[in-house]
Every structure is written in C-alpha cells, then in structure tokens.
Design a binder for this molecule. Structure first.
Ligand SMILES: Cc1cc2nc3c(=O)[nH]c(=O)nc-3n(C[C@H](O)[C@H](O)[C@H](O)COP(=O)(O)OP(=O)(O)OC[C@H]3O[C@@H](n4cnc5c(N)ncnc54)[C@H](O)[C@@H]3O)c2cc1C
Length: 498
C-alpha cells in the first residue's frame, strides 16, 4: 500500500482514486441486490468487479436462474432450521432469512421483473421429509427458466440506474483503521496497478466463494484433493482471504454444492457435464465409472441432493475417488454427443460456448477421450490395473444380464459394455459453488470470532452463505436477494466517516 511514511495514520492511502458511500465488491445477484437497495436509500454506490464486462455476473449469470421465495414464513423457518442439521445457525438469523426471503418476489416486481413459479414437476423439494419442506417455492424472472434470464434483469436494472461498475478491478485488500477496526475502503487492482477506493459508509463483500482456489478446496472441503466448477472461473476465494485479513470469523467452509463428476481439460477453465451421467437421461450402450483402481464405487446414475447422499441416516458428500474414468462402449459413443450440448446453465455452454462435435470425434482427436480395441489395452492407456478394469466390466455385464446391479442398485441404463472399441473419459470432482466464507449476523454485518461486528463491513450471497449442512436448490440466489437487500439497507444507513 502507498502509505504515508511513519505517520500515526500510516494505514491511510496517500490518495483515493475513487469514492462512494457504499462500495460493493462483486457484481452477481448479491451485489446487484445490495447496489439497487443502497441506491434506493439515496446514497452513492460503486461496484468493483474482477471479470471483464460481459463475463460479470458470476455464478448468477450461469445458474439455473431459480430463486427461492419460501412461504409461509413459519414453515420456511422450520425447513431452514432442519437443513442446518447438526450445525448451529442462530435462530434470529434463520428468522430474518425466512422473513426477508418471503419478500423476494415483491422486490423482483418492484424493479420491473416478472416472477414466475417453476412449473416443471417434481418441483424439486430437496428434503421432503424435513419439517416445513412444503414452503419451497421456486421462481424465475420471465417466461423461460435458465439461459441467464433472471440475471439479465439484475444486470439491466444496474445498468439502467447508472450504478458505476469498475470491470477488471478485483478487490485485493480491505483498508482497515487498526485502532477502531473500521473498514474504510478497498485496495483494488487495475492493469496490475493498485487502485484505492474510499467507502464513506461501508463496504459490502459479494464476491462469491472459493470454487477456483485449489488450496482452499484442499483445506476446507471434506475429502477431495481437487475440484473444478461448472460456474464462474472468477470466484477464487478473494472474499475469504480479505475477510480473514481483517479479523473475520469464518463459517460453513466445508459445505458446498457438490461433488458431481465432470470432464476438466486444460484448455477450458470449467467442467463439461457428461450427458450419460445425468440421472434423467438415457443413452443406448454400456457405461460405468471406475476409480483409480479400476473398480466401480457407486451408482453412476444416482440423483444426489446437490452432491450429498444419505448414508447410515446422515447426509454427506458423494464419494469421488480421484481420478475417475467413465468407460463406455462403441454403441454409446456412436449414439450422439456424450457432452450435454444444450444445457440452459453452466459457464461452458453459456459463456465459453465450446462446440462439442456431434460424433465425439473432435474430442477424441484432442485427446479428451481415449480409445482402445480391448478393455486391458484401454486400462493400460489410462493407467489403471488391467485385471481390475476387465473384472469390473465383466461383473457389470453380468449385472446387466441378470437385470440387477447387485453392487450399487443402479436401475438406469443397465446395458453391457459389449461393443468394441471402448472409450474412457477422465472425470474430476466438480461442483456448482461453495457456501463458506466470513460469518455474518442478521444485519449482514461480518463478525469477528467473538461475534462482534467488524465496523462498516457487510456481506451477502454465497460468500459466507447461511447453508451450513444441507442445501435446497434455488436457495442460494434466494439468499443473495434477501441478504443483498439487508446489507444494502444497513450499509446505506451507516453515518459517513468522511
Ligand atoms: C451451473 C450452476 C447452476 C446453479 N443454479 C442455481 C439456481 O438455479 N438457483 C440458485 O439459487 N443457485 C444456483 N446456483 C448457485 C448460485 O448461482 C450461486 O450461489 C449464486 O448465484 C451466488 O451469487 P453471488 O452474488 O453470491 O456470487 P456470484 O454470482 O458468483 O458473483 C460474484 C461476483 O464477484 C466477482 N468477483 C470475484 N472475486 C472478486 C474480487 N476480488 N473483486 C471483485 N469482484 C470479484 C465475480 O467475478 C462475480 O461476478 C447455481 C450455480 C451454478 C454454477
């Protein structure tokens, strides 16, 4: 930091390059809700965004676009509490979350949106056995679900209101008064140079999780040595680090919407979804997934609850030994693209738009898919034990003949791997998003380990989300909107320090 030499105010930058009442770090759903709300409170707002213009929006841009408007509130409280399970989320937090979340539709309408309840069935109550589960009501803006529809509303409103956004300007460090602990601004970066941004009332961190930070993944996510995302490549745990540097407590760091299994190649930053693994899709031909020892480890077509499965009465992350290999025969390979080419969400199809070939041949040439005439030869190419892999295929083929997967109870695509040549795709653990980050209170203030607020610092969204154990689909954007508004309101109500 460019500090004034030896002065007692050595922490104050020599200059401020930008200033606003409320400075918001990260332009996704949480940042948009906070910015719009703070502007409604008649204060000036400035947003800092790490991605270039066109790639802002984070996971929100490429999400399924659903948001939760749970109702009635008492049932939502019961459901949110039950989802927290053995992890304690204070009752007051859950109450505020449920009450504010029940106003999401009103707010979307107030900014010109058109809330529509998802019509597809089943409606996607993730834990129907939990109390209050019927409070789940999922909405999106406009006629179509997906394809960035809800995000486009938030983006349009921020732009129409002329809320300034500095793109390609990642927040790097919070500027903190060491005596009062107040957060007075953000040191950001533009073209490799420091930029000092004064926040006269408060800073709100809405810069997402740590989906792309392999060190944090190893440290915090349970049992996986690496994991890649189907979402934005720009969420790298910066908010976690900035919060820790100023003394924030962390919570929910081991919870994440995953793992699933996806193809990650060096040429692309995010994972590709394999259509044969989708629980609701059927393809002809044989397919199994094996771990590094060449053995199956689960039902490849199992529908998890955002990566969680129930074992011995307790929900936990699905087992994903690394590396994993999807093995398919020629019947499946030649039946069409093995990548889900037309999904309505995920970074690759929505932003990077890799055009997977219809016959999978281009990906074979690129080396993303390996092939061999026999299973032992394929095993040699991918580096797994040939006897084990051959045994796994024979055992699977026997299950198919008996029409019962006696190992893992798989009921879908019970077809043998019989038609050579055979193919292998290496799979990595994949996820939608992390849930952990700086702990916040019911006012969206970031708090220290003793629970006291860090003055003038707020947060919202998946960075320090309320989801501690289980996750209900559409809950993340629902929470972005509710805590985005709470943070925007309270940040705007702070008295300016300058
Ligand atoms: C494929 C997919 C589908 C999903 N579907 C749904 C769904 O239908 N419903 C639902 O509720 N949830 C869904 N989720 C989860 C949900 O999208 C996210 O949890 C939510 O959108 C997070 O919003 P956010 O505003 O907290 O963060 P984000 O939307 O991720 O925005 C964070 C922003 O901060 C920026 N940023 C990062 N670091 C910095 C920095 N240092 N300085 C400045 N800016 C920074 C990023 O570039 C990004 O623009 C899905 C996720 C994925 C990946």
């Amino acid at each position: 930091m460019a500090l004034q030499n030896q002065s007692p105010d050595a922490w104050i930058p020599d200059r401020w390059d930008h200033e606003a009442d409320v400075v918001i770090v990260g332009f996704g759903a949480a940042g948009a809700a906070a910015a719009i709300t703070a502007q409604d409170a008649m204060v000036s707002v400035l947003m800092l965004e790490k991605a270039p213009e066109g790639q802002e929006g984070g996971n929100t841009r490429v999400a399924g676009q659903g948001y939760l408007n749970a109702a009635p509130v008492d049932d939502a409280i019961a459901y949110f509490k039950a989802m927290a399970g053995p992890y304690t989320v204070p009752d007051e937090m859950i109450r505020v979350w449920a009450e504010e979340g029940a106003k999401n539709n009103d707010w979307v309408r107030s900014i010109g949106g058109d809330p529509q309840e998802h019509q597809h069935q089943p409606v996607g109550i993730e834990f129907p056995d939990l109390p209050g589960a019927n409070s789940v009501h999922k909405y999106h803006h406009g006629d179509t679900v997906g394809y960035s529809g809800t995000w486009k509303l938030f983006e349009r409103v921020v732009k129409e209101r002329d809320i300034p956004v500095l793109y390609e300007t990642p927040g790097k460090q919070l500027i903190q008064n060491p005596l009062t602990r107040e957060i007075l601004g953000v040191k950001a970066e533009q073209n490799g140079k420091p930029v000092y941004v004064k926040a006269k009332r408060a800073v709100i961190l809405t810069c997402g999780g740590f989906e792309n930070n392999q060190e944090m993944i190893r440290n915090y996510l349970p049992g996986i040595p690496y994991c890649y995302t189907t979402g934005t490549p720009y969420n790298e745990g910066d908010g976690v680090r900035m919060g820790m540097e100023v003394g924030a407590d962390l919570w929910h760091m081991n919870n994440f919407a995953g793992p699933s299994m996806g193809l990650k190649v060096p040429e692309y930053r995010t994972t590709f979804s394999m259509i044969a693994l989708h629980f609701s899709k059927e393809m002809p031909g044989g397919m199994i997934v094996v771990g590094p020892e060449g053995e199956r480890f689960g039902d490849e077509k199992y529908k998890t609850s955002h990566g969680k499965i129930k074992v011995s009465g307790r929900w936990g992350p699905m087992s994903v030994p690394c590396p994993m290999f999807m093995i398919v025969d020629h019947t499946l390979f030649s039946s069409g693209p093995i990548y889900d080419k037309e999904p309505s969400h995920a970074w690759n199809p929505i932003v990077d738009r890799y055009d997977w070939s219809d016959d999978n041949r281009a990906e074979l040439s690129r080396g993303w898919i390996k092939t061999a005439d026999t299973i032992p030869e394929l095993a040699r190419i991918i580096g797994v034990d040939a006897t084990n892999l051959e045994g796994s295929v024979e055992r699977w083929n026997g299950h198919c003949q008996g029409e019962e997967d006696r190992d893992f109870g798989r009921t879908k695509m019970l077809a043998p791997l019989s038609q050579p040549p055979f193919y292998a795709v290496e799979l990595s653990p994949s996820m939608l998003n992390t849930q952990g980050g700086p702990r916040r209170n019911e006012k969206a203030q970031v708090v220290r380990p003793d629970g006291t607020p860090l003055p003038r610092l707020y947060s919202a969204g998946e960075l320090g989300s309320m989801f501690s154990y289980l996750y209900q689909g559409t809950g993340n954007i629902g929470e972005c909107l509710s805590f985005g508004r709470i943070s925007g309101r309270n940040a705007a109500a702070e008295k300016p320090w300058a």
